[in-house]
Design a protein around this ligand. Structure first.
Ligand code: PLP
Length: 394
């Protein structure tokens, strides 16, 4: 047998392991110090009560002969897909039920979608970026080119003449930079994709954090997107489902190339390799879209938004350049005094006992930048902000 030698092309991801190692080494030699963690991108608030009730009641359904469920539809139950359709309608996007596919999260679908694309595609990925886009393509032996995100373009790269890409990844609001494209900027990407016969793989995992007018909640708010885009979204950050696992992918019926229909291919792919998301989890996810569910998840989102504001205001007072904080749970800051990402990591750890994530771990352009997250508790966020301010105030 032969193993997939493309795995030689992916770098071991040392980022979170190295962050963890340095933080525990510090705690070991300074047992009296309380280390505050604003590094990971995981939620901390529990599921909304409406979701928990729906989960319990779905467990009861499974316990009774009349309501027991076996295998569900590959593309998800209609009750959840109808709710997702209603959600999109609330921000002006009309979808057919056929276009909505329920999944166990955005990460799996972002990787799995590559099954429907030829190996020969040139793939354009912004740098810095959520590492899944790059690694899934390298594993499959594809060539990856990078769109340069930097301070100059506010970490929102735009299409460049002369760059030929077939598959384009866009994540907005972005992980790690927190930057979010305006509808006008996305229109330029959609026009570029349509005129080059390219597809945009649009990661909307953080759309629920958008509050400002003019920013897109979905790529399908942009005219022309249905012929050139696939959208990935998730209940993970919207409703605290990181451990419960549920997401959805929208593949428009109009997305076609080489006489093939991407929507039909994705259904075929899912039917072959995926047996659906548990009924119980889908019931919990559907509760997110009820009036009560929306009210409750908005309370959680407001809590994280307030954390983000505390961090962003601190950067503002310190005169540190940053993106995100608004419309995003991430604050992406420029390390002061020309420090490198890891130098700043050590400075914050040793000087303020605060752990964040070095930007260099997200790509070459991340060097000299640093990510803090709003997903911690209010208490930890407040303390961390005070300590950072004391350390960096000149
Ligand atoms: N996309 C982005 C940009 C993310 O940051 C994450 C998780 O952190 C995901 C997708 C994964 O989402 P899920 O939990 O639905 O797999």
């Amino acid at each position: 047998m032969k193993l997939n030698t493309n795995f030689n092309n992916i770098k071991e991801s040392y980022l979170f392991a190295e962050v963890g190692n340095r933080a525990s080494a510090y705690s070991k030699s300074n047992p009296d110090k309380n280390v505050l963690k604003l590094g990971i991108g995981d939620v901390t608030l529990p599921l909304a009560p409406a979701v928990v009730e729906a989960l319990h009641s779905a467990v009861d359904d499974m316990a009774k002969q009349e309501t027991f469920k076996g295998y569900g539809p590959y593309e998800g139950y209609d009750f959840l897909r109808e709710s997702i359709r209603g959600y999109y309608k609330s921000f002006g996007v009309n979808l057919s039920l056929k276009e909505i596919f329920v999944s166990d999260g955005a990460k799996s679908d972002l990787g799995n979608i590559l099954d429907i694309f030829s190996k020969d595609n040139a793939v354009l990925v912004p740098d810095p970026v959520y590492p899944v886009y790059v690694d899934t393509n390298l594993m499959a032996g594809r060539n990856v080119i990078y769109a340069c995100a930097n301070e100059g373009n506010g970490f929102l790269p735009m299409p460049e003449k002369g760059v030929k890409a077939d598959v384009i990844y866009i994540c907005s609001p972005n992980n790690p930079t927190g930057a979010a494209y305006t509808k006008a900027q996305l229109k330029e990407w959609v026009d570029y994709a349509n005129s080059n016969g390219a597809v945009i793989l649009y990661d909307a995992a953080y759309e629920c954090f958008i509050t400002e007018e003019g920013l897109a909640r979905s790529i399908f708010q942009i005219d022309g997107a249905k012929t050139c885009a696939i959208e990935f979204c998730s209940f993970s950050k919207t409703a605290g489902f990181t451990g419960t696992r549920c997401g959805y992918t929208v593949v428009p019926e109009e997305l076609k190339a080489d006489g093939l229909n991407a929507n039909k291919m994705w259904l075929r792919r899912q039917a072959t390799k995926f047996n659906g998301v548990p009924y119980i989890v889908q019931k919990g996810a559907a509760a997110v879209f009820t009036e009560r569910g929306q009210r409750e998840i908005q309370q959680n989102l407001a809590y994280y938004r307030q954390n983000a504001k505390l961090i962003a205001d601190c950067m503002q007072r310190l005169g540190i350049w940053y993106t995100g904080g608004k419309n995003s749970p991430y604050i992406w800051l420029k390390c002061p005094d020309g420090l490198g990402s890891w130098q700043f990591f050590d400075l914050l750890l040793n000087g303020a006992q605060v752990v964040g994530t070095p930007g260099a771990g997200f790509g070459v352009n991340g060097e000299g930048f640093f990510r803090l997250t709003a997903f911690g508790s209010r208490e930890v966020t407040q303390q961390a902000v005070e300590r950072i301010e004391n350390l960096l105030r000149k």
